[in-house]
Design a protein. Structure first.
Length: 210
């Protein structure tokens, strides 16, 4: 599998270059989630395949988990130039500073990724289509398959930190849980309350008064 980075041609310092194909997914979003990292040197040789099951998480959480695993591997193994390949446009644009990170679940992961990237001599990240990221996708799906069968989150390698337990939404009386909101650009915004990731909600549409 060749690299999509033109700048990763072999040179005198090619042993310091790591090309990281990363992917994460969740079946249900949130649902059983896993990540995959397919890591190459500058010559396109695979140096590591890393994956892991994350429990019940979102797609975006899984994508960031893959990025963090790749960056920790690079730092721990003295790679100085890291070139990341991802099919998550959101993650790529957030890491480039083109999108803000508003999610309270993703913000700490983004901050850690930025801190790790600053330990490197060079860091770059590139968005590709899914068919250009097949190996990382394969590893993420293997993790989700294995984790779903076990029914619990496990650590697959030393570069994955155990995830924080996902919040559990507890049912309450209907009157206490009745919230109001508005649809803005196709997204429902709830007034005056932040709901934890994974909260199940029922929507009752109330027509605007004429």
């Amino acid at each position: 599998m060749g690299s999509v980075f033109e700048s990763s041609e072999p040179d005198a310092d090619s042993q310091d270059v790591l090309v990281a194909y990363i992917d994460g997914g969740a079946r249900g979003n949130p649902g059983p989630a896993g990540f995959g990292c397919y890591l190459q040197d500058a010559n396109g040789k695979c140096v590591a395949e890393l994956n892991g099951f994350l429990g019940v998480r979102t797609n975006n959480f899984a994508e960031y988990s893959a990025l963090l695993v790749a960056l920790r591997y690079a730092v721990d193994n003295d790679f100085r130039d890291v070139q990341v390949v991802s099919d998550s446009e959101l993650l790529v644009k957030q890491m480039k500073g083109q999108y803000k990170v508003n999610s309270p679940d993703l913000r700490p992961l983004w901050e850690e990724a930025r801190q790790l990237s600053r330990k490197l001599d060079s860091f770059s990240i590139k968005h590709v289509l899914r068919h250009q990221n097949k190996e990382a996708d394969r590893l993420a799906n293997l993790a989700m398959d294995a984790g779903s069968k076990r029914g619990s989150a496990t650590r697959a390698n030393p570069y994955e930190k155990p995830p924080v337990a996902a919040p559990v939404a507890r049912p309450a009386a209907a009157s206490a849980d009745e919230l109001e909101g508005v649809v803005h650009d196709g997204v429902i915004e709830i007034f005056g309350r932040d709901l934890p990731e994974g909260t199940r909600v029922k929507i009752r549409v109330v027509p605007e008064p004429r």
